[in-house]
Write a protein that binds this ligand. Structure first.
Ligand code: SF4
Length: 375
């Protein structure tokens, strides 16, 4: 879930059309109550609400209300933030948020002043407060080409983590793409991210991942004792391959520092739906575009079914997955390439249902311009 506005104004923001309110368009705003958010998650079998896209700090009260209800409904809350926030506000979040994924952009005060328009120390204080409270914590650092994608950034952040947190807190080095006020530059070269990962591991951090990079071993989780692959990732997809129910390595029994959700609620699938009265839309993955948002609005007074399936190079298809939308429901599906053999999704939508396809450039990108309108 994302909202409007941010306490920062980062030059590179990939969600500037929603984080910087002057660029917002009314059509991108949909209204929900806390009860509707939780009901939507429960109905769709979603087990974790991630507060993300713009920065959750700016809609603190709504998040507190909703996260409280979500916990009562057995859901997990994840808070993905640049964390320029007061200690009192963190105290209010701690009872309800299960996962804090915090963006630590740099350890350089000048960087924060110039590029984000904020400051560093409150972010560091907040991270420490969450860590001391014993919450699940992960840090991520956007590696901006020729500005922060260097060994010094990796070294300073790792050393700060080893001094103030511990070696088991996961660290993500995230690939940057040119956006907003920083369009006149390049996408971060992957070899610089790989080098940053090596540096962080040499300094003692145990779980270091690359972000916004698809199809690389460095997004997987490996056992740090025996090297067995524990979680296999491709883009936004993850598959557990070597963990037992407690989150330990199935090969050597080592604690992998992984907390597992309860088992998946089965996703409704079918191989032969009745599709008369449906429009079929296809999309081909291409270049860096390996995820798609599909914005839908059920403008009827009946429940409707949407279907989607993966198309593969060998001409074969996966089963159709069903999604039910209640009357008046506004919903965004995220589809994401899951292996090299997959060429793109096929989506079946009842005729007359408003829908827009949006290409997603990177994982926390919330696109507002549809394919039909341009890129
Ligand atoms: S990059 Fe994140 S913290 Fe910076 S302006 Fe955008 S939403 Fe806010």
């Amino acid at each position: 879930m994302g909202n409007i506005g941010c306490m920062f104004n980062c030059h590179y923001c990939q969600n500037w059309k929603t984080s910087q309110v002057k660029y917002l368009e009314d059509r991108d705003v949909h209204y929900y109550t806390p009860e509707q958010v939780v009901d939507t998650a429960v109905r769709h079998g979603i087990r974790c609400i991630s507060w993300t896209y713009n920065d959750p700090v700016v809609w603190h009260e709504f998040i507190l209300d909703t996260a409280h209800l979500a916990k009562q409904a057995g859901l997990i809350n994840q808070y993905k933030s640049a964390f320029y926030i007061t200690s009192e506000a963190i105290d209010e979040l701690l009872p309800y948020i299960d996962i804090f994924s915090i963006s630590l952009k740099s350890l350089d005060e000048d960087y924060y002043r110039k590029i984000t328009k904020g400051s560093l120390q409150p972010v560091l204080n907040g991270i420490k407060q969450v860590y001391d409270a014993g919450k699940h914590l992960e840090l991520s650092t956007l590696m901006i080409a020729d500005i922060s994608d260097n060994e010094e950034t990796a070294m300073k952040i790792s050393d700060w983590m080893m001094e103030n947190l511990d070696s088991t807190v996961p660290l993500h080095f995230v690939r940057f793409h040119p956006d907003y006020k920083m369009q006149d530059t390049i996408r971060t070269p992957v070899d610089r991210l790989i080098r940053a990962r090596e540096v962080a591991m040499e300094r003692g951090i145990e779980h270091v991942y690359l972000g916004n990079v698809v199809n690389t071993p460095f997004t997987n989780t490996f056992c740090r004792n025996c090297g067995h692959k524990l979680v296999d990732r491709f883009g936004l997809n993850a598959k557990i391959t070597g963990l037992d129910d407690r989150g330990y390595c199935t090969s050597c029994g080592h604690d992998a520092h992984v907390k597992l959700f309860s088992k998946n609620k089965p996703v409704p699938t079918t191989d032969n739906p009745e599709l008369s009265g449906y429009d079929i839309r296809t999309f081909d993955w291409h270049g860096d575009i390996v995820s798609l948002h599909i914005q839908l609005k059920n403008n009827t007074d009946e429940e409707i079914k949407i279907y989607h399936r993966r198309r593969n190079q060998d001409g074969k298809y996966n089963l159709w997955t069903m999604v039910f939308l209640i009357p008046d429901e506004s919903f965004r599906l995220i589809l994401s390439k899951s292996c090299n053999e997959e060429i793109g999704p096929e989506v079946a939508i009842p005729q007359g249902i408003p829908n827009n396809f949006h290409e997603v450039f990177d994982r926390a990108h919330f696109p507002t311009i549809s394919i039909e309108e341009g890129k």
